[in-house]
Ligand binder design. Sequence first.
Ligand code: PRX
Length: 645
Amino acid sequence: MLDISAYPAAHKVSLAAVPSDADYQRLYRQSIDDPHTFWSEQAQAALNWSRPWKQINAFDSATGHTLWFMGAQLNVSHNCIDRHLDLRGEHTAIIWESDDPEESLRISYRQLHRYVCRLANALKARGIGKGDRVCIYLPMVPEALYAMLACSRIGAVHTVVFNESSAEALRDRLLDADCHTLITADESVAAGKHHPLKLQADQALLECPAVKTVLVVERTGGRIDWVAGRDYWFHEVLRLAPEDCPAEPMNAEDPLFILYTSGSTGKPKGVVHSTGGYLLQTAMTFKTVFDYHEDEVFWCTADIGWITGQSYIVYGPLANGATTLIYEGIPDYPNAERYWQIVDRHQVNILYTAPTILRSLMREGPRFLQESARTSLRILGSVGEPIDPEAWEWYFNAVGLQRCPIIDTWWQTETGAIMLSPSVSSQQLKPGCAMQPFYGVQPVLLDDDGEEIHGPGAGALVIKGSWPSQLRALHGDTEGMTTRYFQPHPGYYFTGDGARRDADGDWWLTGRIDDVITLSSQRLGAAEIESALLLHPNIAEAAVVGYPDPDKGQGIYAFVTPMNGVSADEDLHQELLTLVSTQIGRFARPAWLQFAPALPKTRSGKIMRRLLRKIASNDLGSLGDISTLADPEVVQALIEARLNT
Ligand code: PRX
């Protein structure tokens, strides 16, 4: 444990939003013992509702179905924009930092209101309304935020697709969510290079005839193909649309967005989030976990294609009238000083980033920190994977100059908002520890038999009860939420993560215990990559596992069995990597691909992934119990091949 009471005092500024430890304990107890009073008070304080609720929550722990703020109405865009206009209309809502270090932009709440209203009207004029799905496939430009907020203003449901996803991945999401509208850009820009986004979108749209409207943001002016009657320039549409657009009152339980994420099957699942509960928990966690003070600049370095971006670039900050910074580029362009230049230039107070980024910047060496002061920083957040002690120490000592607490937040796409985190006011930081649950969150540890572990111990992390920003469904899969999250351990939500609780009752995350790989703080399903590999006609079987990687957290290792008589050569290797790129995106390409004459299986035919993980990790000392292996020679062959790589 690190006692930071003796360190420089900057983080001990007045912690207006942050409860003392005693207050936290009292409020936490109230959130569990008297949820009605707790959530009534919090929801009234945090958001504007146009109609009050009749009941706070109804939850069925057998199916996971949950309803929050039943009967209530509100509008997300009103809460994120309109209600700030009187007092904060001229304050900056969004700072956009371009890939080009010479270019940035500030958008006030009043300007944001104007853009969002115009776009909302433009969408309405094209027949888009409540419940319709709109796909957003955009780089990190302000228009992405306008698009999300315009959807929420009229009750349309957005689904943001990560802009590095392939045309095929985009197509699958457009089809699954049944979108009739796509908002994209001509090109995206990273490290000074242009990438053909519209071209990818056009390819996807060849198989999506239901998409009738495509709005195109002019980011670079690069040459693109145009389909008359379908494609419209975003800025033209905005220019022509009227500015007055009342926010549509929405039921608290109306869906706000669908976000696709990897799971244990080959097909990404569309996690559905609600309007009221989701906005409440993102707004509350933003304020309390990060101790946000008025006029501070908050920078979350995630992409809006992932939940971290949705919750802590867009909804959490804007619901609090905060200034949210978005950065278009990559951490080391033009060099590894870039993040710290951005911090100084825009006087960032709270930085929320991922361990993989910290590790990559740390490895570049201390000289890249020398030119920046970073004195505006007050709080340093981390998310996406366990933060290793080395990265934690560097973040705390070198980046934050021992002045800023590290807030390691654990949560998931499905939880919608932060679930476990240290308190900013704590003087005792434990490097790598996610510490304590947020209000209303009841984490539980289960042993291998599914029994609750009390006191210190390690096991599977599950959650008892519901919380406002819990996922509501998997899109288009009526039973999906129940079978994937509430059936593995009846009565609990299954996170897929392992965890440890120490003697102080604090929580440590130990990584996924299912077949999800966390690569560079991004989540990828092994099954999704396997499905891509199996599309190759010459491949009989594929198994993908994660292995520890010092930079990326985990790397992707694929074991692939070619069809009989097929030569496992370099051409096939390249074709397989290309297949993964085209099906999912370049970021999902395996770092290692080993041709395997056969895969190790139990006598009942199940692939023994545990063994494959050991081989991929080069952890060959003890293979554990292999008595159920159908053919031990298969393992020996794989080990020999691994040793020869
Ligand atoms: O394994 C956990 C890891 O990221 C998973 C969730 O991924 P995703 O839905 O993409 O959301 C990422 C950002 C919220 C979790 O199941 N994870 C996330 N945060 C942490 C973490 N693992 C350890 N410590 C964290 N702080």
